[in-house]
Design a protein around this ligand. Sequence first.
Ligand code: ZN
Length: 140
Amino acid sequence: MGLGSDMYRQQILDHYKNPRNYGELEDPTFTHIGENPMCGDEIRMDVKLADDGETIERVAFRGDGCAISQAAASMLSGELAGTTLSELQEMDRDDVIDMLGVDISPMRVKCAVLAEKVAQDGAEIYQGELDVDKTTTEDD
Ligand code: ZN
């Protein structure tokens, strides 16, 4: 294991222990919740859009689960601020794994992508393109 990967591990632990944007937004444009039953991860995400209805202004999350799932939510909440809903929908699991910077075993991929899926499904529900109560990564 090289130094680079060690640095990323430290970063994941730091986000897990000191999550950024943790909490609730006072007036979210939409809120969505999801879980990864394989691991017991849960994430609830509040998203506030700017007046253009497309640009993500702020993201807050609350959650419970393993370090990978919660660190990914913390990192993603910062990454998404200033991006657009279309850019969010273009993200895939490779973007999340790149963001985390470590090798993710197939079992842990569902942990890693949970936050991204919650944000994407929340946006699709908001845009009227999806009808689910809760996101789950179980069937991926
Ligand atoms: Zn997990």
